[in-house]
Design a protein around this ligand. Structure first.
Ligand SMILES: [Zn+2]
Length: 781
């Protein structure tokens, strides 16, 4: 026996540490840290490593704690409350010492793997394992008192239940994260590169400490009842502390939504208090931000897209869908736990979109929801074996992806060597650890090929049994041969090398350097830019660029320089970036700002060259189209400083983007009043006016006044879109037909518009119930 103490007060932390179970615990924790140095994300002192250590504290530390508390119980008792406190301090002290070696390992490892935020990492280590520890110690003391012989089994059962809590919370409530006293915080499975919100986590840990107090008082009470059959005076004196802690803990749990530990539909309703109902949807949104006209358009799009998906998947759909339209990504990040991703919760028939990006992914998310009709695993999506099929089906039905088809992209990926094996992007593990853009696009192309090759029924069967190889009776390698054979025949677009590299040559979340820290700081700097503090933003971006040179800090730096009107610096810096063959492919859109800076300096030849290079790269996204429009104006109005200033200002970042866009539409419209007005200026004015509701009627008037022979394909399309908005579906259809015959390349987009017109005509014939309901409830705020 290493200790000869006759009472717990004579024990010391060092004596506790001399017991073999404690030494073993320390060794296992140390090994866990050493092994972690070999795995990405775990190899720095940060969120993932801290989470792992929290789990180690609970699962590995508890046997030693139970062993030691049994020894303590054999010692003579003096006062239950004091004994329990003393034991808790001793055991916690010993365990804290054991938490130091893993941190030392990570500190040494920082010499080999850069840690971008060591202080934040240290804080997370304190907030996660550092505060799991006192909770686990108090729990062990209580369990030993409650179940003297079966404390180990009780601990295992309890931890299992606590481990299930995030799963249950995420399934039951509209949130992708979960707070938990054992491991602190589960940040959720999204592609977001975000850090846990430290303030919320710290607040939650106050609740953990309150639980520690409660557990300790109950442990003392149990001990007192067992040994004396009544509550000892020392326990009774703790009553005030106990009930205060209980009251506080209850309050914090009750207000969990407000404090950010959890989310609920009621909480969402507080932020998005207006409802708009249609036959199949209830849209939740904020009517202070979204106008009546806008919400009607969004609601109609929901119905139209749903009908498309239902037809393409050939299901009967009767459920009502809740669609939450978050005011911005920031709000969605705070409430739901994801900033960058649109989310579907098929088992609840819910989709969670943000106002900035709903239209691009509405159809995709609806596929997830509707496929619930034949989906597996309770939640209605394959994820145990072939998670790639979940996204593959959504992409295959959505099919829109920038300016190439998914087959064209997959063929290009194959050509340039970015295409992983089918198993690598369809199997659950492969899909989760690969780069998301690769997984989505390759999965979409492969699934679409399966659909064309083997039909819808087989695909639905594979989806519903979460299994591809079994259902098709072929292994991945064999299916891959068939798909590759098909890709071989896909006609690729010219000049797709840059676009392919730009989209797919990215690192996955698991191989990038400090992705969470860089992601968070980049967003903070972008917020500074929007608020107009470009100087500070520039310094932050430069610091980030030194820390982890990647595309995001480079884009940020270009934008900050541009905002500061340091046009020479914009040109010099973008030239340097693009001359570096190791980086050029990842920052191509900077050509847009390079061209703008050159125009600002009066070098229209250079502007033309920069924009032409960007247009030829043909990247998906708004920059290509913007470069096209700018080049058109430049070629006709290179020396019109008034127009130039408006166009260049529109590339800046604003906090009030809506009203700035609105004002710019007005400014460009005024310029068209000058005689003579060029075709390109009309085009630009119409483009801007069509996007702003108060200008839509004038835009339509101008378009109507332009002789038919002079309207180009885009003008016909804009006219069709405006007429559609005014419920003039037959006329709109005629415009889209004219657009398609003027420009064969407009293809897919026009096809969708034509289908939209058909849908609208049907709705107009048998009017449905679309209505807005305002439900402002002020419960908490
Ligand atoms: Zn998806």
């Amino acid at each position: 026996m290493p200790d000869h103490a006759t009472h717990v007060t004579r024990m010391t932390v060092l004596r506790v540490l001399r017991h073999t179970p404690f030494l073993l615990t320390g060794v296992v924790w140390l090994i866990a840290a050493i092994v972690s140095t070999q795995f990405p994300l775990l190899h720095v002192l940060g969120y993932e490593f801290s989470l792992l250590m929290s789990l180690c504290v609970a699962w590995v530390g508890t046997p030693a704690l139970l062993y030691m508390s049994r020894r303590f119980m054999r010692l003579p008792a003096i006062s239950p409350m004091r004994d329990v406190m003393r034991e808790w301090l001793l055991l916690s002290g010993a365990m804290y010492l054991l938490l130091l070696p893993p941190v030392a390992v990570m500190t040494v490892n920082a010499l080999f793997v850069r840690n971008c935020a060591p202080l934040e990492g240290a804080l997370l280590y304190i907030l996660l394992p550092g505060l799991t520890l006192p909770f686990v110690v108090a729990l062990a003391i209580l369990l030993r008192g409650l179940f003297p012989k079966r404390a180990g089994i009780a601990a295992i059962v309890l931890y299992m239940l606590l481990q299930l809590q995030p799963l249950i919370e995420i399934l039951a409530r509209p949130q992708l994260y979960a707070y938990n006293h054992v491991f602190g915080m589960f940040i959720g499975l999204t592609w977001d590169q975000q850090q846990p919100p430290l303030e919320t986590l710290a607040t939650y840990r106050i609740l953990t400490l309150l639980y520690v107090v409660l557990l300790l008082v109950v442990a003392a009470a149990v001990r007192s009842l067992r040994s004396r059959g009544c509550l000892d005076a020392s326990v009774r004196r703790s009553g005030v502390v106990f009930f205060s802690a209980l009251l506080l803990a209850a309050g914090m749990t009750l207000y969990g939504d407000v404090l950010g530990f959890s989310n609920s539909m009621a909480n969402i309703r507080r932020h998005m208090p207006a409802h708009y109902t249609t036959p199949s949807f209830t849209l939740m949104y904020d009517s202070a931000v979204v106008s009546d006209e806008e919400i009607r358009w969004i609601a109609e799009e929901h119905e139209f897209r749903l009908q498309e998906v239902v037809e393409e998947l050939d299901v009967t759909w009767t459920r009502h869908i809740i669609s939450v339209l978050y005011t911005d990504r920031e709000m969605r990040s705070r409430l739901l736990g994801t900033r960058g991703s649109e989310v579907a919760r098929p088992w609840k028939a819910e989709i969670h979109l943000s106002r900035e990006s709903w239209s691009a992914s509405l159809k995709h998310e609806l596929v997830h929801v509707v496929a619930r009709e034949f989906g597996p695993n309770y939640i209605g999506v394959p994820f145990l074996r072939v998670l790639g099929l979940t996204e593959g089906l959504a992409m295959a039905i959505e099919w829109d992806y920038g300016n190439r088809t998914l087959h064209e992209y997959a063929a290009a990926m194959r050509h340039y060597g970015y295409l992983p094996s089918v198993k690598r992007f369809m199997s659950t593990l492969g899909f989760m650890t690969g780069a998301s853009s690769v997984g989505y696009v390759a999965g979409g192309s492969f699934t679409r090929w399966l659909l064309a090759e083997y039909g819808l029924d087989a695909l639905k069967q594979a989806y519903s049994s979460d299994d591809i190889e079994g259902v098709y009776g072929r292994d991945f390698a064999e299916l891959e041969r068939g798909w590759h054979g098909f890709l071989e025949g896909v006609q690729r677009k010219d000049s797709d090398s840059l676009a392919t590299a730009w989209l797919f040559r990215r690192q996955s979340l698991f191989t990038a350097l400090c992705p969470r820290v860089i992601g968070k700081r980049t967003r903070e700097a972008a917020a500074l830019l929007r608020e107009g503090d470009a100087g500070k933003a520039l310094r932050d971006y430069e610091q980030l660029e030194r820390l982890a040179p990647g595309p995001a800090p480079a884009f940020g730096k270009v934008q900050a320089l541009y905002q500061l009107e340091k046009m020479d610096s914009v040109i010099a810096y973008t030239k340097r970036l693009l001359a570096d063959s190791g980086r050029a492919w990842s920052v191509l859109p900077v050509l847009l700002w390079q061209g703008a800076a050159a125009w600002g300096k009066g070098d229209s030849a250079m502007s033309d060259k920069s924009w032409t290079a960007l247009i030829e790269a043909d990247l998906p996204g708004w920059t290509t189209d913007r470069a096209r429009r700018l080049r058109l104006l430049l070629r006709e109005h290179a020396f019109d400083t008034e127009l130039r200033d408006i166009m260049l200002a529109s590339l800046r970042m604003y906090s009030n983007a809506d009203s700035v866009r609105h004002a710019m539409a007005g400014a460009v419209l005024r310029l068209t009043g000058r005689r003579p007005c060029s075709h390109s200026l009309y085009r630009e004015a119409l483009e801007r006016m069509a996007a702003e509701e108060p200008y839509r009627d004038s835009a339509l008037t101008i378009l109507t006044s332009i002789p038919e022979a002079k309207r180009d394909a885009r003008m016909w399309q804009l006219m069709g879109m405006l007429l559609y908005r005014r419920d003039r579906a037959p006329e709109a259809r005629e415009c889209f037909r004219r657009a398609a015959s003027n420009d064969a390349a407009a293809g897919r987009d026009i096809e969708t518009w034509l289908r939209r017109c058909d849908w609208k005509e049907r709705v107009l014939l048998e009017p449905q119930d679309f209505q807005r309901v305002e439900t402002r409830t002020h419960t908490f705020d």
